[in-house]
Design a protein around this ligand. Structure first.
Ligand code: BDR
Ligand code: CA
Length: 327
């Protein structure tokens, strides 16, 4: 089993990532940590606890950073609504938070497990991960890998070139991309343009029946209104679950190596992930051999095997539904 800490800001697609992590037998979900991003830390933490309460997910939930490292806070209530998870019904949380701050939870969990066994999946702004690296730098060599949702090598979704998780805390993203560990960047090129909840996937989830199926459908119904309205994408994007899927089944993704830098100062480009690919044909003058960007060690996700991804979502819905019926 793959040991995972899911660092998230639920958030509709974050909630689906929690379900996939809890519902696939190949994942050992060590804990959920929260970070301000899609909404305030109060709201995203409450949402994480409520999702776990609703669907019988018994893992530690630790509350994390309430604001970015340097910049003013930006939230995505235009996409996720006033609660951060508007639309589906969620019960009040019925269990307590882990007493540790998320940063300490991450450090202690990584340092007390065998080296190279714990994967970190940040799917909100990377504030907690950056603080953990600064507080305990030994986690960098100790984690197995970081599979991060964020960035883009083409277009953005909050500015023409910046993706929300990076834009909301660019300095934290800089820490994560510049640390010497195994990082996979699963950006919008994949999550917003390939990992879509098509009518076919929605029908397969509907056919499962029960409240978990209904929750997922209601989640998608809400973000369809904002994704379609604001981002002009035809079906809901299932961004964050892609990181969990990549841990379960790496064969569902192709990646290419690139040197990824985060633009921290650009007037028009702040928060952009500038990816110089190792195979940068056509970049002879401005990238490629002439570029300073030659540390080609970030795996950038390029293509998704949508059928495999859809099967993972449907299978986890079935498994969680059956487990809930037996409980
Ligand atoms: C990312 O931003 C958030 O709104 C989503 O949860 C996802 O993590 C996509 O840009
Ligand atoms: Ca998220």
């Amino acid at each position: 089993m793959e040991k995972l800490i899911l660092d998230c800001d639920p958030g509709h697609d974050d909630a689906i990532a929690i379900l996939l992590a809890a519902g696939d037998p190949r994942i050992d979900l060590l804990g959920i940590t929260t970070v301000a991003g899609n909404h305030t830390i109060e709201n995203v933490t409450r949402n994480a606890l409520s999702v776990c309460t609703a669907f019988g997910i018994q893992v530690p939930v630790a509350r994390g950073s309430e604001r970015p490292l340097v910049i003013e806070q930006v939230i995505a209530d235009d996409i996720h609504g006033a609660t951060g998870l508007d639309g589906p019904y969620l019960p009040p949380a019925s269990f307590e938070l882990d007493p540790r701050h998320a940063v300490d939870f991450i450090i202690e969990t990584v340092m007390t497990h065998e080296p190279k066994t714990v994967t970190l999946a940040p799917v909100g702004p990377y504030t907690n991960i950056a603080l953990a690296v600064r507080k305990e730098p030994r986690i960098v060599e100790r984690v197995k890998q970081v599979i991060a949702m964020g960035g883009s090598y083409t277009r953005g979704n909050i500015t023409p070139v910046a993706e929300f998780n990076i834009y909301a805390d660019p300095e934290a993203a800089h820490v994560v991309f510049s640390a010497d560990w195994d990082v996979t960047m699963i950006g919008l090129d994949l999550t917003q343009h390939q990992a879509l909840a098509t009518p076919e996937l929605q029908e397969r989830v509907r056919a499962v029946g029960g409240d978990i199926s209904q929750f997922i459908l209601d989640t998608w119904a809400f973000v369809h209104t904002t994704h379609n309205g604001l981002l002009d994408i035809p079906y809901p994007a299932v961004h964050d679950a892609c990181c969990v899927a990549a841990l379960i089944d790496p064969s569902a993704f192709t990646t290419e190596l690139a040197d990824v830098r985060v633009e921290l100062e650009g007037r028009w480009s702040k928060g952009q992930t500038v990816a110089n690919f190792q195979t940068a044909s056509g970049m002879r003058h401005f990238g490629g051999t002439a570029s300073e960007q030659k540390d080609y060690r970030t795996k950038v996700a390029m293509t998704l095997d949508w059928d495999k991804f859809a099967d993972l979502i449907v299978d986890c819905t079935k498994r969680l539904t059956e487990a809930k019926a037996k409980a």
